[in-house]
Design a protein around this ligand. Sequence first.
Ligand SMILES: *[C@@H]1O[C@H](CO)[C@@H](O)[C@H](O)[C@H]1NC(C)=O
Ligand SMILES: *[C@@H]1O[C@H](CO)[C@@H](O)[C@H](O)[C@H]1NC(C)=O
Ligand SMILES: *[C@@H]1O[C@H](CO)[C@@H](O)[C@H](O)[C@H]1NC(C)=O
Ligand SMILES: *[C@@H]1O[C@H](CO)[C@@H](O)[C@H](O)[C@H]1NC(C)=O
Length: 633
Amino acid sequence: MLFTRSFVSLLSFVALVVAEPLLSPHVLHEKRSHTPAGWSRSRKHDADAVLPLRIGLTQSNMDKLEELLLDVSEPSSPNFGKHWNAGKVAQTFKPSSETVSTVYNWLAASGIDASRIKVSKAKTWIEVNATVTEAEQLLQTEYHVYTHESGKEHVACEAYHVPKHVSKHVDIIMPSIHFDAVIKRSEPSSHTLSNIGQPGVGLSPKSTGKISDLLTQLEDCDQQITPICLRALYDFVYYPVATSKNSYGIVEYTPQAYLQSDLDLFFKNFSTNQVGKSPVEVSIDGGYAQTDYTGFGYNGESNLDLQYGMALTDPQPITLYQTGDMEEGASFNNFLDAIDGSFCTFEGGDDPYYDAVYPDPYGGYDGPQDCGITKPAYVISTSYAYNEADLSPAYAARQCAEYAKLGLMGTTVLYSSGDNGVAGNSDLCLGPDGDQSYDAVGFNPSFPGTCPYITSVGATQVVSGHSVYQPESACMEVIYSGGGFSNYFAMPSYQKSAVDHYLSTHPPKYSSAQYNTTGKSRGFPDLSANGAFYVVAVDGSFESVFGTSASSPVVGTILTSINDARLAIGKGPIGFINPTIYSSEFTGAFNDITNGTNPGCGTVGFSAEPGWDPVTGLGTPNFAKLLARWLLV
Ligand SMILES: *[C@@H]1O[C@H](CO)[C@@H](O)[C@H](O)[C@H]1NC(C)=O
Ligand SMILES: *[C@@H]1O[C@H](CO)[C@@H](O)[C@H](O)[C@H]1NC(C)=O
Ligand SMILES: *[C@@H]1O[C@H](CO)[C@@H](O)[C@H](O)[C@H]1NC(C)=O
Ligand SMILES: *[C@@H]1O[C@H](CO)[C@@H](O)[C@H](O)[C@H]1NC(C)=O
């Protein structure tokens, strides 16, 4: 014991001489401005209770992340398309040895015995089991127990501090201010809307009910969208030929699940040679296409994504990333862990305060957390989203950087932009200190839509009485296209001239209480596609379905076909597309949408205008024009 302690002090002494001061004043690291809805502070936490403190270390070269990503993603760059392998990504961004030793020495010098400090395999996290008293001293904070309306308890603090010289080496510390605790699902019947840990609460496609007569003519696309409508709208005629080299992944979160009988009903009507075909399921953290619970809330999203994803890329096999078990579900980080082992937090564990924990403590999936089990597909579409304000800036930034790494590796990451216009999921808006309510006036952007390293997809529609050969409008039927400006992320360079053009030619009439008016924050969506009147087979009959939930997988089919054409002639996948689609080389490759708005928070929202706009982005894809351009880069 004595030996260990003096060994630790020696380490500290060395650090003192060669690196930075060990003793420096504590500075504020993260702070929460309000207690999330549904929770209240009930008591001070017991002084000798033990907290599993997990310290997320700052990764190296984060200041160069955007530049490195642009270097392989800008069509004018000599390194365009020279994507990295996973090993190079992990090596480039892993925390430096200075970061690991600074945090380690701080803990040791604060009296934590070396035997209690564990560094994760990838050296990205440090864990220590600390008593509440120890943690309060380390972080100059107070831990309280909070109680949720459901009775669930959660330990958190309101702000925490770390020494000044340590601060730049730490991203986040858990448990601390974070609140997205996974709440055990009480009853299976309330799965779809009650779960807090699962992404996309309140964002799911909307159905206006059953369709009695299927309309199958192109003239009817203003009333029913079917695959032929999308092919006509987007000049999208293509037969994949490089399917064994190509990949397209669609992410679903259990209990959302597809039904084979519905896929077959859809295929019988709209893609006859696919009857009997299924997606290739990759099960993540116990995910499986459950059939115990059915209904639009359980099958709508998956059936929609897979029916259109499969029909429009036939014969390309589609990968279904079915994520999370029936008890806890899962978050985006659980999915990211599975496709990038270096992202996993502690020895394959996870952030218990945001993400589902496996083995499931509530009795579901009892296997280990899936970590680096599968290679990411070239295009990945996800139709689930949080409100940016649901997550802390540091947590969102850490996840956003992970999307940039996928881009470096050649994956295109698509997320639907939300269905509530400038409001957030469930129509919530933002109050002055970041609290969400129905009567607040602040626009409430969607995450990861606002992450500059993903491609955010908004929704359009064929206006009633118009044909597929007339311009579409922003979707204002049943749902409104999510769009606006981030409160967390700065504007990436690739969209500066497009967004500047919008703000200078059509300055929005809203105040800084409503959105970030500086002209310096990330604008979204990046592009859009039809999101209204989709014909989807659900539980044995066809329903009329609306949502950016439809737009994202459809854009995915177009980009997958472009990858196919490139792979067939020996080129690589298109990877992170934003720097390309905003570039002058791609001007004119999108159908500009100039009609409609995205209402929310008591306003009409922003308006679709010539050029990029925060409703429909650059517009809808024209496959033939995009393909011609992408074959040249
Ligand atoms: C913390 O405690 C848990 C449960 O006892 C144990 O599994 C884990 O290894 C401990 N971690 C450290 C860093 O000591
Ligand atoms: C098309 O769908 C209808 C249900 O609307 C179904 O009755 C019919 O059998 C399907 N068509 C074919 C060719 O299977
Ligand atoms: C607006 O966004 C910019 C860029 O992210 C940021 O620097 C600025 O602080 C934000 N302003 C407000 C009021 O949030
Ligand atoms: C613009 O959108 C509105 C609302 O959807 C629609 O009534 C109108 O016909 C559209 N105008 C054009 C020119 O598409």
